[in-house]
Write a protein that binds this ligand. Sequence first.
Ligand SMILES: [Zn+2]
Ligand SMILES: [Zn+2]
Length: 258
Amino acid sequence: MQGGAVLRAGTRSAADGLRTAGRALAAALFPPRCAACGRPGAALCQPCLATATRLPHPQCRQCTRPLTYGDQCARCRLEQRRIEHLYVPYAYTPPILQAVHRFKYANKRYLAADLATLAMSALPSDLQVDVVIPVPLAASRERQRGYNQGQLLAAEVARHLDRPLDGNVLIRLRDTPPQTSLPRARRLDNVRGAFRALRKLSGTRILLVDDVTTTGATLEAATRALRRRGAAWVGALALARTPEERSDVPLSPPDSHL
Ligand SMILES: [Zn+2]
Ligand SMILES: [Zn+2]
């Protein structure tokens, strides 16, 4: 997928066949193990997954924080967020945190399929999008890690939705300090202008994909870049969100690639 043009995820091309065969081979040689208990079979086994914390509803549709009424929190209204809907099923706590950590830092790329399936449990079944776009890493981070885990997740999501994946239209212009080191009020400023869309997107409905979100500020900045080029609707999907008022998540800093 690296550097590829727009890929029609749903077409059963030779590349698709090879990818499927590759996945099957990898699964046979290195069966995924549960990140929490080590049982072979999946990124998280059913008993461990049952202990994962789902984000409560009702929630703000733009940042997923809990609400008592309505669908937009006061902070998102104040910031005039443009993101239409942020879909996040889980809290970034064990065992989801362990699975993401293995995916991001232990080079377990094949976990992308399982994690994408878990993330997609937050999407409404009638969601209409034209294209799936990963949140780009800062180039230096991608070089360090060798791959963009958001892009791997986004590719799986595109495949499930039978929509094209476009990993080239959105670029990150600069490195930004880690979001977790900043109070929420400054996070939007921190990432403002960090993204640019490289071509017109008039009338397009776009689903952004990232692995973990903290306040949604990065996704909001990416949304604004896409809306500036005419996107009609921008929503985002992430697997997990850091718990409320917590910046000391163990093991791995969320949004550390910012
Ligand atoms: Zn387990
Ligand atoms: Zn909100």
